[in-house]
Design a protein around this ligand. Sequence first.
Ligand code: FAD
Ligand code: SF4
Ligand code: SF4
Length: 480
Amino acid sequence: MARNMSKTKVPMPEQDPEIRNHNFAEVAFGYDQDQACEEAARCLQCKHKPCVSGCPVNVAIPEFIQHIADKNFEEAYQKIVETNNLPAVCGRVCPQESQCEQLCVRGIKGEPVAIGRLERFAADFHMAMMQAEEQKAGACSVLRPRPDGAKVAVVGSGPASLTCAVDLAKLGYQVTVFEAFHVAGGVLMYGIPEFRLPKAIVQREIDTLRQYGVKIETNMVIGRVASLDELFAKGFEAVFIGTGAGLPMFMNIPGENLNGVYSSNEFLTRVNLMKAYKFPDVDTPVKVGNSVAVVGGGNVAMDAARSAKRLGAEHVYIVYRRSEAEMPARLEEVHHAKEEGIEFRLLTNPTQILGTPEGWVKGIECIEMELGEPDASGRRRPVPKAGSEFVLDVETVIMSIGTSPNPLIKQTTPGLETQKWGGIVADEETMATSRPGVFAGGDAVTGSATVILAMGAGKKAAEAIDEYLREKKGEVTGEE
Ligand code: FAD
Ligand code: SF4
Ligand code: SF4
């Protein structure tokens, strides 16, 4: 196909905003084959591959895109999974604009190549092929021989753990993943909503991991049912901790204990994992009322707001203390939220939540802010404007101002060094912790970050665990 010199990406078809804000089906439909080939033809196949250095797991970007341009879609998928075992997820939720696509040379005089959309296309093509083949064959096959090496325990089943687990299984280790919830997948399952990341897709990716021989045990809260020391006593020779950062933060303002105040974690878990949006077909309702305030400006806040709208709230406000320029959410999420009718109250900070005599939320008092001098983060500090208080009448408040790691593992693992804020201390290159044989990565180490950074950490840890276990066995010589 001839090079496509269009300055803009091939648009991705998506549901109309006025229709999609009433349903939980995926917003974007994805490229069809012609659209994917047309977009792939925008890639210049740069020899120095700047885009690759923007990807934390070093996907071979020009090579997979060339396969798409040549209509070798399965080859494109196989090229991606050489380094990225969750392409259908990353193609949908990676913040590409600040990673691979940020360094794409086509972005200098126009829009970068739509690397994420093409990755999603290749992954979806492969899944559709596999489904068709499984239907014909009646079952799915094991991709690799069952591993028989040393036993490794992986705690948590988010992207950090899943990546570490599959890389170790590919090296022949016997890997068991222990997950606290009844479902594996971490935030991919309980946090990011169906309309952005369909759960059937995450489940397919997890099933693929099982095919590599990884055992997944759910309902296993490590630190309660077994400590790390007990796992070692049971014969595991190394442990990876990928327990994420699921402990919600609150503002500590009056009224936060009223009925109708949620953390975004609780709210989204009810919606995604307990399928509240299917009530009354499922037993877990979430009552949002007519008006909802979501406090925060990140991806999580956008997800909570867009979910509340879909559950029937007429007015959903994003209450954020800085301006839009400082919002940490992905541009696409902010754009989609606006299209769906979410109302942004920027430079606004809550001061208290107001309740009825019966203890239910009836409003949120806020104060207007203005931007002052830059603070330690380099962003201009928001300062309250005296006398500018006002009340938003709402029945639900969702706090989405951040999370920190759950302290359970730290409390039950003697000698495991942690930061003051709860993050596990781990070496940046090897992800080794202060305890020999114990490695950690993802949000449990960095605090809330991204799927792809968690996957990058899982990859590094798998390499280091392999080296540690081979050294222990005396296989690694000084020349290696
Ligand atoms: P997690 O995904 O948090 O998984 C940790 C797992 O460990 C959980 O399943 C938990 O139940 C389990 N666990 C915890 N303690 C124990 C224990 N003691 N024993 C056993 N299991 C335990 N990132 C993006 O890149 N793009 C996005 O668009 C995006 N949107 C997001 C939207 C929401 C609503 C949220 C909450 C996050 C979003 N993120 C996004 C961030 C991203 O999902 C996380 O950075 C990523 O999931 C971190 O992966 P992880 O493997 O470290 O941990
Ligand atoms: Fe880009 Fe994410 Fe794919 Fe890497 S994994 S190429 S950062 S979309
Ligand atoms: Fe293609 Fe852009 Fe990467 Fe160049 S920088 S190889 S144009 S994706």
